[in-house]
Write a protein that binds this ligand. Sequence first.
Ligand SMILES: NC(=O)c1ccc[n+]([C@@H]2O[C@H](COP(=O)([O-])OP(=O)(O)OC[C@H]3O[C@@H](n4cnc5c(N)ncnc54)[C@H](OP(=O)(O)O)[C@@H]3O)[C@@H](O)[C@H]2O)c1
Length: 252
Amino acid sequence: MSKSVIITGASAGIGKALAYEFAARGYNLGLTARRHSLLETIQADLQKLYSGQSIQVCIETLDVMDQDAVFSVIPKLDQDLGGVGIVIANAGIALRRPVGSHEFEKDHHTIATNLLGAMATIESAVRIFKERGEGGQIVGISSVAGFRGLPRYAAYSASKAALSNYLDAIYHELRPFNIRITNINPGFIDTDINDRSKNEWYVSSVEYGAVLMVDIIEHRWKSAVVPWMPWWFIGTLLRLVPGWLFGRLLKG
Ligand SMILES: NC(=O)c1ccc[n+]([C@@H]2O[C@H](COP(=O)([O-])OP(=O)(O)OC[C@H]3O[C@@H](n4cnc5c(N)ncnc54)[C@H](OP(=O)(O)O)[C@@H]3O)[C@@H](O)[C@H]2O)c1
């Protein structure tokens, strides 16, 4: 099996930064997203950056809400790469929606992308790894927002809490097949998803976040928050703080 990784949602943000970090560490890449032109630009740039080395960069258009497409594109990339070792379910959206605001399609879109899209990606990867019988690694990009339901982002929080539970369940199920599961919970990373918070002290650069995430993936950790501080501390508080205090903190 080659040293290679498939990443969904690789046209921007964390997925794109992971692609650059994996390329710098000598991995072959299978990159997917809906915006093909962005993938083409990344492919050309990486091939220029690493022209002296034989790094393979394969790209495929993929909307993870389209299950049939997921079940054909992931195996195609696996074949093109000569056997993938790591599959990262990263594609995601965060739509703000006060509950009852007559825009339920936003919640539907969020669950279809962040949860069902990730589950389809993972299902496809597990089939490949089980058939090959050589193990592998699956990474889910979840979120600290899944630790506690966040007002106005209820569907987002729910999608990430569900994804984390799903990853936890299959971690145990897939151990006998030597398929490792890694659940990464970013705090705030500077990408388009949270451009409202751009210059806040708690926002990390996407390049720094990608270095930490690839370290975690290479060490095959079961789960992690990124960056560790302050998000381990905030994540623990989010889980432990009583409801009445949580409500006050949100108001304050
Ligand atoms: N940034 C943070 O602070 C943060 C914190 C916690 C968790 N996360 C998670 O990290 C992941 C990446 O987010 P990001 O911050 O990098 O956001 P981003 O910059 O908006 O990038 C999102 C990526 O997902 C892709 N995507 C969205 N919907 C898709 C779909 N239906 N099918 C395929 N690809 C789709 C986008 O590509 P196309 O539009 O080209 O399809 C894009 O490449 C998400 O799962 C997010 O929830 C981010």
